[in-house]
Ligand binder design. Structure first.
Ligand code: ARG
Ligand code: ZN
Length: 856
């Protein structure tokens, strides 16, 4: 493997030069785009050090200092830098480069795909457009002039406000944009293409009218409406909750089909994966609608948490991402059921973030060492980062938290700052000591709470003892005790009100004593998942049944059911013949019968996922785990067949609605279908739902259970679905995914064949993830097949993606590097594929970093 050296947080130094303005002229061309970059550069302090600019994958055409061309005796060019020496205190630097957007399949920097030019600069893509100090603490005011063919590219967009436009010879035209807010280069954006435009306005509390513009592929206007509504809701919410108003006169969103991530918060010009913009009743599921709203909100909220106040360096990424995820989660919770929203968040943390913490890429939410920054847009930085912000919110309370946010903006608006600055604002505004709490930023791994208790009926006292325990993480980091907020409630069956509140666990072992407890209580802990930790307390089935019904925290009621299921799944892994108690079914019968809302009931009926269980069991045989889950599911299905069918039928309605209740009804109906699909009669039921469906949620649920149970109708419904939806990229992604989930021993052959399907293209990240990713992440049975054919398939795709798109490759390698969760046999097979990857020629920095970590 090639050597790449990591960078360390501890090595941070302020930049030697500042760049105050950037004037870009970009002449777009498929293979030879010319970028002229005129910068005002100022030396910071007195020194004679060279100006070392970052730059990759482009051709340097010329360098001018104060309008005079300099030759290569005055500068030095390497693969990744341009160094210029003997510089005055302040000067104009003009750099011209040539780039090739069509050849850019990595989708970083400026690229052209599907007739659209667009950019992705975060984290370090701007250095593929021009030579620059590509680091977030260098903030400049940008003016961007774009020149392109008028017919093919009627829309030329960049950050800020449009200041000029006009025609040029040869059918060319130009538009000039000016963004008055100084920003780091990762927030720069440019888009050129031919779109349909959805326009609207939003009037801010202070009465300014903001133009809202949403650009979508021709013919897709109606599919943009939900995104537009979501944007307006987000703008209003941020004013109401945090007094944060939008600051420019125009806010633009462009949807593109080729995008590495979900979306990007470029100042005034968000670029979105079309998956998180386009949605209509027929082609999008209820989850899609939810996700579009959440991602629109996330990017909008970045305008303050990320753009107005940005990161000093990339190690601080969670400063903006953890905080912005927290904000979008709160927004979603306000727009929908807060409990169900919280459950969705927690499932991701437990199934995927815990796995990351337990794997070779374990890192704190503020990493200390990075080789390829793109590898750190992780569940840890985002989701655990959000949990850390949430804990501060829990510890301080809503008012003090909001005062902290206000102080943070008072102090740091317009600056590039650190996570320490954020915590300092929180601490100062609330007058709360957060020094121990801050360890959450530097410590990796998932803490485990070991809980024991003791009740004394003579004195009516109850003692609760909590020990913090830290499993060794791959980075071998020494662990300290954290400040962990624990929501608790003592459930008693006497007539006294339950005691409850917040415990602050700060020491290795701590005991709390409660008086006046008149009967032995049952502790309900970590209400609303008050900390991202594992909980170890010996609840018996009876306890869990009690919690499912009596815990006042809805999240805990749900969680008790999950614990009950998880306990049996663990036992079934070792003993598939285990006699399951009817009690499980009766607990769920109660759930079905009670009058909670149906979205919540649906969550209560869903079993813990393979990933969540794999994160909770050591060295499991993947096949045994899949079968254990299936046995439990089959048992529940048989026991409650009548109830499931009844519920299912009662929820089959002919009209389509999209309000919360209708969404909850569909969720519950499709969970019932999922159970029923394991029983006799499944084929007819599923076929029926597929045929009758008047919305994507129902249609997709039908083909999914057909795939998961390899039902007789599977091939037919898949063919029909493909015929109905061919040409609709986002729906065809779903079709590719369902193929990858097929529970059949020939699935690897099937998906290998699909690599040649006319609508498949490995260059498109959504497609690659839909087929290859879905197989590796979610077809647990056949990905982990003991003949290693699943691993081999992933290896072959990664070998291709390594050169085409390293970021996508680096995401999709995840299931292979997390081999530690599985038994030795599978570990060896998985490592074998990783070894093969290390032998590839020109292995990307992205993969090298992960392979190094995994094989070390
Ligand atoms: N800042 C973007 C967001 O969270 C994500 C950008 C990801 N970029 C990357 N290179 N991984 O909305
Ligand atoms: Zn973000």
């Amino acid at each position: 493997m090639t050597e790449f050296s990591p960078r360390y947080l501890k090595d941070y130094q302020v930049p030697d030069y500042k760049i105050s303005t950037v004037d870009l002229t970009i002449e777009l061309d498929d293979n030879k785009t010319i970028v002229t970059n005129v910068m005002n550069v100022i030396k910071s302090g007195e020194h004679q050090r060279a100006l070392v600019l970052d730059g990759e994958h482009m051709q340097l055409k010329s360098v001018l200092i104060n309008q005079t061309q300099i030759d290569s005796s005055q500068y030095q060019l390497s693969d990744s830098t341009l160094s210029i020496t003997n510089l005055p205190e302040q000067f104009t630097l003009t750099i011209t480069t040539e780039i090739n957007p069509v050849a850019n399949t990595a989708l970083e920097g400026l690229y052209k795909s599907a007739d659209v030019y667009c950019t992705q600069c975060e984290a370090e893509g701007f250095r593929r457009i021009t030579y620059f100090l590509d680091r977030p603490d260098v903030m400049a005011v940008y003016t961007t002039k774009i020149i392109a063919d008028k017919t093919s590219f009627p829309f030329l967009l960049a950050n800020g406000n449009k200041v000029e436009q006009g025609n040029l010879a040869n059918n060319l035209h130009y538009v000039t944009w000016h963004d008055p807010f100084p920003k780091p280069c990762y927030l720069f954006a440019l888009v050129a293409g031919n779109f349909d435009l959805l326009s609207d306005t939003f009037t801010t509390t202070s009465g300014r009218e903001v133009k809202l513009e949403l650009f979508v592929d021709k013919g897709n206007l109606s599919r943009g409406e939900h995104a537009m509504v979501s944007l307006k809701k987000s703008m209003l919410w941020d004013e109401q909750q945090f007094n944060l108003e939008y600051d420019l006169d125009i806010y633009m969103i462009v949807a593109v089909d080729f995008f590495n991530m979900g979306a990007m918060e470029n100042k005034g010009l968000n670029v979105f994966n079309s998956k998180f913009v386009l949605a209509d009743d027929l082609s999008a599921t209820d989850d899609d609608f939810f996700n579009v709203e959440a991602v629109i909100a996330h990017e909008y909220f970045h305008n303050w948490t990320g753009n107005r106040v940005t990161c000093r360096d990339w190690f601080q990424l969670s400063l903006k991402e953890g905080l912005t995820v927290f904000r979008d989660q709160q927004f979603s919770a306000d727009m929908h059921s807060s409990t169900v929203t919280r459950i969705k968040n927690v499932k991701i943390v437990r199934a995927q973030q815990f796995a990351e913490d337990a794997g070779p890429m374990a890192h704190p939410i503020r990493p200390e060492k990075v080789m390829e920054m793109n590898n750190f847009y992780t569940l840890t930085v985002y989701e655990k980062g959000s949990e850390v912000i949430r804990m501060m919110h829990t510890i301080l309370g809503d008012d003090a938290f909001k005062a902290g946010i206000e102080l943070y903006f008072d102090r740091h608006d317009g600056q590039a700052v650190t996570c320490d600055d954020f915590v300092a604002a929180m601490s100062d505004a609330s007058k709360t000591d957060l020094s121990q709490f801050k360890l959450w930023y530097s410590q990796s791994g998932t803490p485990e709470l070991i809980v024991s208790d003791d009740y004394n009926s003579a004195t009516n006292t109850y003692q609760l003892t909590i020990e913090q325990s830290y499993p060794q993480t791959h980075d071998k980091q020494e662990k300290q005790n954290l400040h962990i907020p624990i929501n608790f409630e003592l459930i008693t069956n006497d007539n006294e009100p339950n005691q409850g509140g917040l415990l602050h666990s700060k020491e290795k072992t701590q005991t709390w004593t409660f008086d006046n407890v008149c009967s032995k209580p049952l502790p309900a802990l970590l209400g609303n998942f008050s900390a991202p930790v594992k909980l170890n307390y010996h609840y018996n089935d009876q306890d869990l049944n009690t919690l499912m019904v009596d815990a006042s925290d809805e999240f805990n009621r749900w969680d008790a059911g999950q614990k009950l299921f998880a306990g049996y799944i663990k036992q079934l892994v070792n003993n598939p013949e285990l006699d399951l108690p009817l009690q499980i079914a009766s607990a769920l019968e109660q759930v079905l019968a009670c009058n909670a809302d149906n979205a919540f009931k649906a969550e209560q009926l869903i079993l813990p996922s393979f990933d969540e269980m794999a994160a909770a069991i050591v060295e499991v045989n993947p096949g045994s785990l899949v079968r254990a889950i299936t046995v439990l599911k089959g048992f529940i299905a048989e026991q409650l067949q009548v109830q499931f069918l009844q519920t299912y039928q009662s929820l089959c309605t002919s009209e389509f609605a999209k309000d919360g209740q209708a969404i909850g009804n569909r969720a519950l109906k499709n969970v019932c279908l999922d159970y029923l699909s394991l029983l006799d009669g499944a084929n007819a039921l599923v076929l029926n739902q597929f045929t009758d469906a008047n919305n994507m949620t129902d249609q997709l649920a039908a083909i999914k259970v057909a795939a998961l149970n390899d039902l007789a109708c599977f091939e037919d419904v898949m063919t029909e679905f493909a015929t109905q939806w061919q040409g609709n990229t986002l729906v065809m992604d779903k079709w590719f995914t369902i193929n990858a989930l097929h529970n059949n021993e020939n699935v690897v052959q099937r998906i290998t064949g699909l690599l040649e399907h006319p609508e498949f293209s490995i260059d498109n990240p959504n497609r690659a993830r839909a087929l290859i990713g879905a197989f590796a992440f979610y077809n647990s049975e056949y990905f982990h097949n003991k003949d290693a054919s699943g691993y081999e398939f992933l290896f072959e795709q990664l070998a291709k993606l390594n050169t085409i798109n390293p970021q996508v490759a680096s995401r999709l390698i995840t299931p292979l590097i997390q081999f530690k969760s599985f038994d030795n046999n599978h570990q060896q097979l998985m490592k074998g594929q990783l070894q093969k990857l290390t032998k590839l020629e020109s292995l990307s920095r992205d993969l090298i970093e992960k392979l190094d970590a995994a094989l070390k």
